[in-house]
Design a protein around this ligand. Structure first.
Ligand SMILES: [Zn+2]
Length: 394
């Protein structure tokens, strides 16, 4: 699958989806940055809408389910309401967000950021894809203008809640044999660039105890980060050294300089702060014990996002009443739901991904899982869209 944000295939897919929404009697509009909003009025148009959806853009050479699963589940909920003659009190909205993936311009969830006021516009106009097309040019080609993307901003009062169904993109549900993941928090990355300096030396002539091997220091750090993440497994911690450059990079030279990049995520702010303190001490200890000089720079430091307690509770009770097994779990990956928490109570539910594979053509989720997820979503939406449903003050 290749539907890069604001490309013709992606816009065609969104237009095709808009047609499906119209066929279900929904009113369709696009906002200033290309988010599709399809609305079905409820009994009381004065009530805030209950919204749900996901995205249709993909990474380059991605799978069929990331994003699309949530959008397909959303239209199937409306379709089944129509078949059963269900009319809700609140209006219902399906939102298909623009530019969720960062693969084209290096910035993710642009549509939901713009809708929730989280978009930092500065510098965005200079972003280019790998063909040299800028974000403003891509928007223009799709019929939008960069100057007005902030007009996508919505008032939280318009929405009672937002729910997103998404494939897990990890192996947890499949391994634990659970049908549904009830997400309580979305982890955000802390990213570090670490420079380890030792002393370049001859690999044959320098005795092993007289070396200052920068790679061995980096390796110890990587293993210690793994151990730390395992200790904080229940807090959803993961730590990854995804970039490592060894200098001078010759077979007969003890590495004198290593540059590494570290990505650490967990689901609570408190654990994140404690862990960052632990990481700082780790760098100092490894530097001291191995005679290495350590420098580190914070590339990004974002806070985990908590999903709404009432949203979590209603997804759990929907699973229980349908007899589906579930796990309450954090999400290691970012989603549009993360930004929507700034606007209204937000919930996120996962369905299993085969072998945890995602952002890959072999990504797969069974039709059973898709329909189970859609059933849970439908139940949750029905509950929230009652005049006195969750999220009302009474
Ligand atoms: Zn996605």
């Amino acid at each position: 699958m290749m539907r890069l944000a604001y490309s013709k295939p992606e816009r065609d897919a969104v237009a095709c989806f808009a047609e499906l929404c119209e066929r279900e009697g929904m009113q369709v509009r696009y906002d200033a940055c290309g988010n599709l909003i399809a609305r079905k009025e409820g009994r009381n148009p004065e009530l805030p809408a209950v919204a749900f959806g996901s995205h249709l853009d993909t990474v380059s050479n991605g799978g069929r389910y990331d994003g699309a699963a949530g959008v397909a589940a959303a239209i199937s909920v409306i379709h089944s309401f129509n078949l059963q003659g269900v009319q809700t009190d609140c209006p219902l909205e399906i939102i298909c967000f623009a530019c969720e993936e960062s693969s084209r311009f290096g910035v993710s969830t642009i549509g939901s950021k713009a809708m929730s006021g989280e978009l930092k516009k500065e510098g965005l106009e200079r972003l280019k894809d790998n063909k040299g097309i800028t974000l403003p040019e891509a928007l223009d080609a799709s019929g939008y203008t960069f100057a007005s993307i902030e007009d996508s901003l919505r008032d939280g009062k318009e929405l009672r809640a937002f729910f997103e169904l998404h494939i897990e993109q990890g192996p947890y549900l499949e391994n634990e044999k659970k049908q549904i993941g009830v997400v309580y928090a979305i982890a955000a990355p802390v990213r570090l660039a670490v420079t380890v300096r030792g002393r370049t030396a001859h690999s044959g002539a320098t005795p092993i105890h007289m070396r200052k091997d920068a790679l061995l220091g980096a390796a110890e750090i990587a293993l210690e980060l793994e151990a730390m993440a395992k200790r904080e497994l229940l807090n959803g911690m993961v730590a990854t050294v995804g970039v490592l450059s060894v200098n001078p990079g010759a077979i007969n030279v003890v590495p004198g300089l290593v540059e590494m990049q570290v990505d650490i995520r967990c689901s609570t702010e408190q654990v994140k702060r404690q862990s960052m303190e632990e990481v700082r001490k780790l760098f100092e200890r490894v530097g001291r014990e191995r005679g290495l000089s350590m420098e580190w720079e914070l590339l990004s430091d974002e806070s985990p996002t908590l999903l709404h307690g009432d949203a979590i509770a209603s997804i759990r009770s929907a699973c229980e009443s349908l007899g589906f097994s579930y796990a309450v779990m954090p999400s290691g990956a970012g989603h549009d739901a993360m930004n929507m928490t700034r606007l209204c109570p937000t919930g996120l539910l996962f369905i299993p991904s085969r072998e945890g594979l995602s952002h890959h053509p072999d990504e797969y989720t069974s039709i059973d899982s898709l329909s189970e997820g859609a059933m849970v979503l439908g139940k949750v939406i029905r509950q929230w869209a009652q005049a006195k449903g969750p999220g009302t003050t009474e």
